[in-house]
Ligand binder design. Sequence first.
Ligand SMILES: C[S@@+](CC[C@H](N)C(=O)[O-])C[C@H]1O[C@@H](n2cnc3c(N)ncnc32)[C@H](O)[C@@H]1O
Length: 240
Amino acid sequence: MRIDVYTIFPRIFQSPLEEGLLGKAIRRGLVEVRIHDIRDYAPGKHRQVDDAPFGGGPGMVMKPEPVFEAVTRTLGYRLEELERLKREVSVIMLTPRGERLTQAKVAELASRSHLALICGRYEGIDERVLQHLCTEALSIGDYVLSGGEFAALVIIEAVTRLLPGVVGNLESLREESFSGGLLEYPQYTRPAEYLGWKVPEVLLSGNHGEVEKWRRRMALEWTRRMRPELLNEGDKGEGG
Ligand SMILES: C[S@@+](CC[C@H](N)C(=O)[O-])C[C@H]1O[C@@H](n2cnc3c(N)ncnc32)[C@H](O)[C@@H]1O
C-alpha cells in the first residue's frame, strides 16, 4: 500500500513513522508513506497557504491552489485529470465534519492500494478541495484538533497494522477490541501478585476452556459497562 500525506507541518511525522510496528512495516516495504509539504506548492516569495475567510469571521482558511497543486503534481496528474485521479487514488480530507472512523472503516481502507491524506490547519481548507479533489472526508472522533496531522497518523497506524505481514500473530488481530464486536477482555502478566493485588485465579489454572469462558464474560461485562451500543440484542442479557 502507498500513502501520501499533505501537510504544512511535515516534521510532525518524523518520529512516529520511524518507531514501533509502523516503522518496521515501512522499513520492510509493506507500506510506503510519503510526506509532502503543501507550502512547496504555494506561489510567490512568501509561499502563502492561507487567507481570510470570505464572509468574515475569525481565523484563516487554507487556500485551494497549493493543495490542488501539491496533490496533482506529486501523484503525476494534471489539473484536468481530477476524475481519473479520484478513480485511482482514495483522496481523504481529514476534518471533524467527516465520517467518523471505525475499525470497520479502517479495514475497508486497508483493502485499498493508494491513499492520499490531506491535513488541514487554521479554520480548515477551502471547501472546493473537498468538493473537487477528495473522494471522502474522515473524522477521527467528536473533538477538534488544531490540525489533521495526528488524525493522519491515527489512520496510517490503524490501517498499517491490518496489512498482510505487519502484525506477526494474526490471533492478536482477531481478539482485539471491536474485531469481534466486543471490547477486549483484561490482560495480565507476571508477577501473579503485585503489592497484594492478585491476578484472577482462573488465568493461572491452565484450564483453557475456563480461561475462554472467563474472557468472554469479561469482554461482555466491560462492553456492557463502557459501550453498550456495541452489543447485539442477544449479548445484552448474556454473561450475568
Ligand atoms: C482547528 S481544525 C478546524 C475545525 C473547523 N473549523 C470545524 O469547526 O470543523 C483544523 C484542522 O484540524 C483537523 N482536524 C481537527 N479535528 C479533527 C478530527 N476530529 N478529525 C480529523 N481531522 C481533524 C482538520 O484537518 C482541520 O482542518
